[in-house]
Design a protein around this ligand. Structure first.
Ligand SMILES: *[C@@H]1O[C@H](CO)[C@@H](O)[C@H](O)[C@H]1NC(C)=O
Length: 252
């Protein structure tokens, strides 16, 4: 949403000219290019794993499947500075404090295309591919300490999503197997990755969410990061505000 700096009030998906078509064929072509390059890289660097994010990979246990976990969800698109800001300023610090109390989910914003089972992404096919890679990381590594760390690593450099070098570096940093990531994104000629993206954008559409990044707590909008600012945050956009709100729901 880089163009939003000049149009701060522009919601994510309302300008039809800003929505470029991401057809399955375009996605599959991109996937095959990425698949090939990732595979080449992977064979050369198979044993090199380093640089764990110390905060995210601290010695805590993964979340249990306790039914009392509080639903916390961020609706994002991969190539967006508001996604970066929301993850960096709010979601990550909050997760470091209360990850054992929340059921965290990242969902994507886009438009399912009826005629060809594709998805339109605001920043075009490359953003759809970035979204698919992030969804695959989540499928392979359900523990948010790994998958959210990987997404944070990518989003810090969102303009370069889905370039090979960035994906490789972030995968190495978070101990994500690039071969598995590649297999997920390209399975059934890309149909599997596209299915993940279509169900995710449908989930977002069902929640009536259109702005990246919208944060929902307990299935209600908690706060929105848009155009470089926090908007619609009645309980406050601070880390402690959200931590307190989560603990309140957790106790109830
Ligand atoms: C989304 O909007 C529709 C139409 O306005 C409404 O019927 C539905 O209840 C809304 N869903 C949620 C989860 O807010």
């Amino acid at each position: 949403m880089d163009e939003k700096s000049t149009q701060p009030a522009q919601p994510a998906m309302t300008n039809p000219r800003a929505v470029r078509r991401a057809r399955p064929l375009a996605i599959i072509t991109l996937l095959l290019v990425v698949a090939f390059t990732l595979f080449r890289y992977q064979t050369a660097h198979e044993s090199r794993i380093h640089g764990f994010n110390e905060l995210l990979h601290s010695s805590s246990s993964p979340p249990s499947s306790n039914s009392k976990l509080v639903p916390l969800e961020a609706h994002i698109i991969s190539k967006c500075p508001d996604t970066r800001d929301a993850l960096r300023e709010l979601i990550l610090p909050v997760m470091q404090k209360v990850h054992d109390k929340v059921d965290f989910k990242l969902s994507y914003i886009g438009k399912p295309t009826d005629d060809d089972d594709g998805v339109e992404c605001k920043h075009g096919p490359s953003e759809c591919l970035g979204n698919i890679i992030e969804l695959c990381a989540r499928e392979l590594y359900p523990d948010p300490k790994i998958s959210l760390g990987f997404v944070m690593c990518l989003t810090k450099d969102y303009k370069h999503i889905p370039e090979r070098a960035l994906i490789e570096d972030c995968a190495l940093e978070h101990a994500i197997d690039i071969k598995d990531l590649n297999e997920c994104a390209t399975r059934d000629s890309g149909a599997h990755g596209m299915d993940l993206l279509r169900s995710s954008v449908q989930r977002t559409a069902d929640a009536n969410v259109t702005i990246s990044c919208t944060i929902r707590l307990n299935d209600e909008v908690y706060c929105i990061r848009d155009g470089g600012e926090w908007i619609d945050c009645p309980h406050g956009p601070g880390v402690n505000d959200l931590v307190l709100a989560i603990e309140k729901v957790y106790r109830s």
